[in-house]
Design a protein around this ligand. Sequence first.
Ligand code: HEM
Length: 271
Amino acid sequence: MSTENSADKYDLVRKDIIKVFPEEEYDDGSFAPVVLRLAWHASGTYDHKHKDGGSDGATMRHNTEASDPANAGLDVARNVLEPIKQKHPWISYADLWTLGGCVAIEHMGGPHIEWTGGRRDKHSDADCPPVGRLPDAALGKDHVLAVFVNRMGFTVQETVALIGAHTVGRCHRDRSGFDGPWTVTPTRFSNQFFKQLLAQTWVERKWDGPRQFEDVETQELMMLPTDIALLDEPFRKYVDIYAQDKQKFFDDFSSAFLKLIELGVAKRGKL
Ligand code: HEM
């Protein structure tokens, strides 16, 4: 297959992915945020010391990983992408899910990610990485550093940039237990998350759910404990930069996200 034809093939998949995003009845009218979260959770299991986990394999198809409570609700994203897999059976799930995340980001107005294909699916439940690697939103700074810097091998700057993806989407009571969106534009990828984090006064929400924060002014926006942790060093300086400079956020997010979806992916020629 020539390079040109491969690119064309992926282009057809990109177009079909975009077509499944709009859905008036769902959340804020788009499946793009949950598809982005699927790409992140498929990749975010990588352990750079053990050299296992990561997007290669699409192991979330199997029960052990699919039933990890951290992945609750991601069946929505997997199901939305399934007809595209049926239409283009040559693409691996691992490529489809990561490409889906990239297309979602760009579709919502975010940066282009230099995605390349070549991931292969693994076919047994025994291939799943250990459950419990994904971050716990109820925890704080040390946990965020342990997961992103120590386990996955990101810098602090990349960590902050990646969590800026919370500019889109929302939390669901019946999935994570948390509730609400981070911004008033949950289907628009921008640096609003950082702007709101700094601009609003955040107080603990008084409710019967897990500890989360709400903005004093409207009480309609939310932050997770791990998001609030970004207000302190070593994260804070990057929050300040990204709140002021959307282009810098886009540039840094785009390279950090590419690194995320490539973690543990076997080296292959550029397609
Ligand atoms: C400390 C790190 C992180 C924690 C603790 C965390 C936690 C969460 C939680 C609890 C939710 C709500 C899930 C639900 O109820 O549906 C969520 C949603 C989301 N997260 Fe994160 N997350 C983290 C990092 C990231 C990263 C690195 C990305 C992508 C690069 C990301 C992208 C998203 C998106 C797009 C949603 C919205 C999904 C939707 O609307 O259905 N998150 N996250």
